[in-house]
Design a protein around this ligand. Sequence first.
Ligand SMILES: Nc1ncnc2c1ncn2[C@@H]1O[C@H](COP(=O)(O)OP(=O)(O)OP(=O)(O)O)[C@@H](O)[C@H]1O
Length: 256
Amino acid sequence: MLQLKNVSRHFGGLKVLQDVSFAVPSGGIFGLIGPNGAGKTTVINLVTGLLPPTSGDIHFQGRSVVGRAPHEITHGGIARTFQNIRVFKEMSLLENVVVGMHGLLKYGTGGLLFASRGFRAEERRARDRARELLSWMKLDHRADEIADNLSYGDQRKLELARALATEPKLLLLDEPVAGMNPAEKTELMREIQNIQGRGYTIFMIEHDMRFVMGLCEQIAVLNFGRIIAQGGPEQIRNDPQVIEAYLGRDDEEVPA
Ligand SMILES: Nc1ncnc2c1ncn2[C@@H]1O[C@H](COP(=O)(O)OP(=O)(O)OP(=O)(O)O)[C@@H](O)[C@H]1O
């Protein structure tokens, strides 16, 4: 579904990614892990079109995304969540999700001014779909509350519903469990599995080893801008290069 082919990204003399290649298969959950500063966020920025690669190519569903604007890439079927929560706290849950559909709505914001019949029908459909996405996250019973009322974990789930509102095929999760407590992590793990079960492909970058090992079928490990290992959780856990990359770093949990 997503393929990075010999991708490099330099910032001046700093070689943040060097010859990175991996493939995210359709329908699976793929994790990219690596110590702080390894280049994980840069990978997401390249895939979503926020940055161009210095060299190499990125294919999504067989077509290169290099040179395409972020909104085109979103339209093409890639959605993302962010490391820091970006919900609109004073808006209702439902409105937060409807906002995620913005680029898809035929009548756009102009429809708000003229409230045409077409606009009203479209708005109804958008709200129905938003309620459905909230129900996937088990948040539909709170659809009309403001987002600020939600716990931290539920706000992250709301972000997932909003990302799904762009009707993606591939969902990129940027450290989805950052700042969550263990109960929230377990719950999110279930929701992500449910999303996968509905046919979406998921690509995540994440620090939490237990979460990644428990959820991902395939994992790639980035260290100093290079892929040092790829495989299933068991293989990654026992890979000497991976163990070495994590040992001696007090900022990371060793993937024991
Ligand atoms: N726009 C930029 N200009 C210069 N250097 C950058 C830029 N973006 C990232 N870097 C550098 O690239 C390196 C990798 O950063 P990146 O954020 O991709 O790592 P990461 O693996 O996501 O780290 P973390 O887990 O801490 O978020 C870092 O040394 C960072 O300082």
